[in-house]
Write a protein that binds this ligand. Structure first.
Ligand code: CU
Length: 380
């Protein structure tokens, strides 16, 4: 990446638009810039940062330019005895000589999926706990394109938070689908001595062509639960954090995701579009007003799932629709990325508080690169 421009995008954080690493605000190779922002009260959550330069995000991220950014609450309802551990999943592909090969046509179609899923840069790392221990874990999908459907064997998972902070109440879960760029906060109870493993289950996200990766049966993390009993853990409170309603939307927008395929001199070329258009850095796709609540309807008419991400704010998913069947969200959560499965429509409520240009895009980074991105210009 030497000699390349870059930017830093503060994924999920409510920072001013001119500090958010937009592709329009590139930092030239060899130059430097300082990002400054102040986060408003109440923005505790599981964020991350990664580059967002025009046409180069996918490669810069799979080569490792990303990190977790945890914002802690001044008053936290989750007992401190649970600790607070970030588990950041990345996806590594190595050539025989140990180098990182470039993207192939298959990667550009489906997004790059590697050969090794790493946790904080390690393959199947180990964690040691005592029987009866409860741990707070923040799971990050920082891969370019791998969907992770996760389950714990020999331990009980409770979801306590999403990207933008805690839920109103804890929610037991058997498995969790974490699409690229999504995060989830868990409390895991290790009540039986032995090995508790975090493994992947099968999930079909729509794969183009041959070579669909084996998604199931990967062991990502092994927790060694010793025979020693932990000191009695304080219980998880039944109420966590209130989530304010964003109010009634006054504007409705419809964003339709499609894929196109065309033959060119160099072979098959895929295009990934929103409302029939590929991303253009010089074009404003949506003009919105700061402080105004909007309903966004994301319609996936493509053959693959596309995880949809909006910059600058956290949104609330209202409902999902498939084949005319509408399913309301069972609980409120602050989200900045949501998987829109193929054939599905997701409706979400959003409000941008600050003026400036914000990006929205598919977080399969190769799809973002090939056009599935737009600009909403928020005006005061
Ligand atoms: Cu996509």
């Amino acid at each position: 990446m030497e000699g390349e421009p870059s930017t830093i995008h503060w994924h999920g954080m409510p920072v001013p638009a001119d500090q958010d690493g937009n592709p329009m605000d590139e930092v030239a190779a060899g130059a430097d810039r300082m990002y400054t922002f102040e986060l408003p009260e109440g923005s505790a959550g599981s964020y991350w940062y990664h580059p967002h330069p025009h046409g180069r995000t996918a490669e810069q991220v799979y080569r490792g330019l990303a990190g977790a950014f945890v914002v802690k609450a001044k008053v936290d309802p989750v007992p401190a005895a649970y600790g607070d551990t970030v588990l950041m999943f990345t996806d590594l592909r190595l050539a025989a000589d140990g180098s990182l090969p470039g993207n192939t046509m298959k990667d550009l179609m489906n997004g790059r999926v590697g050969d090794h899923v790493l946790v904080n840069g390690q393959k199947n790392p180990r964690l040691a706990v005592a029987t009866g221990e409860m741990r707070r874990l923040r799971l990050y999908n920082a891969t370019n394109a791998r969907f992770l459907r996760l389950a714990f064997a020999n331990a009980a998972m409770t979801v306590i938070g999403s990207e933008g902070g805690l839920l109103e109440a804890p929610l037991a879960a058997d498995d969790i689908l974490l699409s690229p760029a999504e995060r989830v906060e868990l409390v895991v109870s290790f009540d039986r001595a032995g090995a508790a493993t975090l493994t992947t289950l099968d999930y079909d996200r729509g794969w183009m062509g041959p070579g669909r990766p084996a998604d199931a049966g990967l062991t990502l993390l092994t927790v060694d639960v010793s025979e020693t009993r932990a000191d009695t853990m304080p219980p998880l409170p039944e109420r966590l954090n209130p989530i304010a309603s964003l109010g009634q939307p006054t504007v409705t927008r419809r964003l339709v995701l499609t894929e196109t395929m065309a033959m060119s001199a160099s072979g098959m070329e895929m295009g990934f579009l929103i409302n029939g258009k590929a991303f253009d850095m010089g074009r404003i796709d949506i003009v919105a007003r700061a402080g105004e609540t909007e309903l966004w309807e994301i319609v996936n008419q493509a053959d693959m799932d596309h995880p949809f991400h909006l910059h600058g704010t956290q949104f609330q998913v209202v409902e999902r629709e498939r084949d005319g069947q509408v399913a309301r969200s069972p609980y409120l959560a602050w989200k900045d990325t949501i998987n829109v499965a193929r054939g599905e429509t997701v409706r979400l409520i959003t409000r941008q508080e600050r003026p400036g240009a914000r990006m929205y895009h598919c977080h399969i980074l190769e799809h973002e690169q090939l056009g599935m991105m737009g600009i909403v210009d928020v005006r005061a």
